[in-house]
Design a protein around this ligand. Structure first.
Ligand SMILES: Cc1cc2nc3c(=O)[nH]c(=O)nc-3n(C[C@H](O)[C@H](O)[C@H](O)COP(=O)(O)OP(=O)(O)OC[C@H]3O[C@@H](n4cnc5c(N)ncnc54)[C@H](O)[C@@H]3O)c2cc1C
Length: 412
């Protein structure tokens, strides 16, 4: 009830509540300033309505799922935050024998969805157990871990684009999913209303084999933990448990008792560089050949040492143009190599548990890729640490690390 005794609408109540709410309360990094207006959608229709209302207001707006992949600044967000809490998993037989289709509403919890599929003997998501956050955010950066990626199971999404009146279906192809990226991450504005998946239904197989096997194990560390060879198939529940145990050992599952999990997961993506750049690194630098993608920015070390900033700039432009020429040259596209951001960070002298003097943000004690809030850190402290890591790696190797989370109101 309001002070005058009239009933308060849900939205008004939420706005009032939002005055006291900060992104620190809504995100796994537990940093970030006030939310000007917070609304929550619990049904797909309500979600569409709230997006339309936010657009009509002319104010900025953003959507938030579990808040596990965002870094919002200490000034917060002067607009509407639409929190997605829609629920529902619809299971239908797939078009091909041995497959099953799932339509999952955006607000479902990702890890609970994985548990749901494993319990029913549906294979395809088991190695993605333990990733925090919502189903709706999963296509945004094409979540992946332990040899599986969303892209291998994604048929498409229901998507409400900015300025559109109704959600439409977008195929997985249209989303241009890549390593921790998609058109959504690259700037296509709108909201994922639901996600369509195709999984392997092991029911028939189970009658013969007696157990529900996952897809072939595709990650060496997971194969080791399971005591099997790469390519072997292992019962779904065992894969899920092994992944959860591996993740817990790295602080990569949310655990209220583990300060190393007060993070946004891996803070930097693994850089993708032309092979000739990778060749300049020490022989023990981990590297993987990848399909052609846009290479990350590289500053040759000689240029960093150049006396004139203009010379360095011009030389850098020439270098990038060369890469682009090769890239547009079809057959002669230079091979691209993915490097380990964790290795680059460690070799630039930053170790697990590192913190800048007096800062409450620190590198996880279990994993150099996770930037953590050790207790009461500000967003600026996290950003300072991120910039320090970027500068160290660039000074040492000439490679620019890019943040994986969505960054709002923070300079990186
Ligand atoms: C401990 C830990 C471990 C992690 N491990 C992994 C991992 O192994 N692999 C991996 O890929 N990621 C990992 N992450 C990152 C994160 O869990 C995923 O990116 C997850 O998909 C984010 O979901 P969310 O709902 O929390 O998204 P949020 O943080 O709420 O949002 C992230 C971005 O997606 C947008 N967004 C959210 N929902 C929607 C929607 N419905 N429609 C359109 N845009 C939307 C937001 O606006 C924002 O830009 C980890 C994070 C943590 C904290």
């Amino acid at each position: 009830m309001t002070e005058s005794g009239t009933p308060e609408t849900t939205h008004a109540a939420e706005e009032r509540e939002a005055r006291a709410i900060r992104f620190a309360d809504l995100t796994t990094l537990r940093v970030g300033g006030p939310v000007a207006r917070l609304v929550t959608a619990t049904t797909p229709d309500e979600l569409v309505e709230l997006v339309h209302e936010a657009e009509a207001s002319g104010e900025p707006w953003m959507v938030l799922g579990g808040g596990s992949n965002v870094l919002v600044g200490d000034d917060g967000f002067d607009g509407t935050v639409i929190r997605i809490a829609t629920r529902g998993i619809d299971v239908r037989p797939g078009d091909e024998d041995g497959t099953v289709h799932l339509r999952v509403q955006a607000g479902e919890n990702w890890d609970e969805l994985v548990a749901f599929t494993v319990e029913r003997g549906f294979a395809g998501l088991e190695a993605l157990a333990g990733i925090p956050g919502s189903v709706g955010a999963s296509p945004v950066q094409n979540i992946g871990a332990y040899g599986q990626e969303l892209s291998s199971a994604l048929l498409g999404i229901e998507f409400l684009g900015e300025g559109e009146s109704e959600p439409r279906v977008m195929s997985a192809d249209e989303l241009e999913l890549g390593y921790r990226t998609s058109v959504l991450k690259q700037g296509l504005r709108g909201v994922v209303v639901s996600v369509d998946l195709v999984l392997h239904d092991t029911t028939a197989e189970r009658e013969v084999l007696g157990e529900a096997l996952g897809t072939p194990v595709a990650y060496a560390q997971l194969a080791n933990a399971l005591g099997v060879q790469l390519g072997d198939r292992v019962p779904l529940a065992r894969v899920r448990e092994a992944v959860l145990a591996l993740r817990a050992g790295k602080g990569m599952v949310l655990d209220p008792d583990d300060v190393d999990s007060v993070s946004a997961g891996s803070f930097f993506t693994n850089p993708i560089v032309p092979e000739r750049v990778a060749r300049t690194l020490p022989g023990d630098a981990p590297r993987w050949y990848v399909e052609p993608e846009e290479p990350d920015e590289v500053t040759p070390l000689a240029e960093l040492a150049a006396e004139s900033p203009l010379d360095a700039f011009l030389a850098h432009q020439a270098e990038l143009e060369q890469v682009e020429e090769h890239a547009s040259d079809g057959a002669s596209t230079p091979p691209l190599v993915k490097l380990s951001a964790a290795w680059l960070i460690e070799r630039s002298g930053i170790h697990r548990g590192f913190a800048l003097p007096g800062s409450r943000a620190g590198i996880s004690t279990k994993h150099t890729l996770a930037l953590t809030n050790r207790g009461g850190a500000s967003a600026e402290e996290v950003a300072q640490l991120a910039r320090f890591v970027q500068q160290r790696v660039q000074a040492e190797f000439g490679i620019v690390l890019h943040p994986e989370p969505t960054v709002v109101g923070v300079e990186l």
